[in-house]
Design a protein around this ligand. Sequence first.
Ligand code: MN
Length: 284
Amino acid sequence: MFINGPSTTSPTICAFFRWIQVPKRTDIWYMHTEKLVNLPAKGRTIVVTDLHGNLEDFNRYLQIWEDFEAEGENHFILTGDFIHSMNGPDGSVEILESLMPLWEDSENFHLLLGNHEWASLTGISVYKGGFNQTLGFEFILKEKFRDGWMTKLEEYAEFFKKLSLAVKTENKVFISHAGPPHSIKSMDDITNITEAGYTQNEKLEEILWNRYGSYREEDVESFLKAVECNAMIVGHTPVDGVKLIGNQLVVSSSYSSGRKAYIELDLEKEIENAADLLEMVKYI
Ligand SMILES: [Mn+2]
């Protein structure tokens, strides 16, 4: 009765009720801690992989998302490793400062944890060409935030802990930073993946770190069977745009060995295998 209210309800009260009815991630019911995102068979989703601090590419993908978002029930997925530059200027902080409000404000904007965000939140060192990127990131924070750098690092760590680990679409596509993880045997293993903590957690490390060579095409098949999917999309390993490994499509959106690709995945179309995804590949 109160919500419908008399016609004399003040604009402030009306605005308040509009505000509480808008689903936002910050609402308690949404559960910040969910580790698996299930996408319904509606609309399309953009899938973008490893940005590694490349602000210019990030802005291009944001523009693509803004144009795409207007079409209704569409989604945007960033599969992790948005921080830690591999070459060129490091826009990690600028990217994070832009991603956090975008993620808070839209339930169609999905961010997955990558091994580089994991390294930052656990304080475990990751190296590129002998350079300690975990410490390098902290050095950037010290430069930018001075005495406030540790507070900022904690804020980022808390944000990283809220991120999901995988997306499963109703048309049977599994999306994660890396993998397949050998030790994951069911969807429940994904849902509960961080319950064992962020360190010394085999399942988590495998989904964040496994790259071709540490698994074979047969492993992709048995994993897809366990999670009841027909194809998987990962980033993590730099390739020339995209590369098919059996029913896995490896995508490089920014840090790549050649072209920069992303996927415009039709969530309503039947996907029988990873080759069906090739027609949905786009390049910037
Ligand atoms: Mn990675």
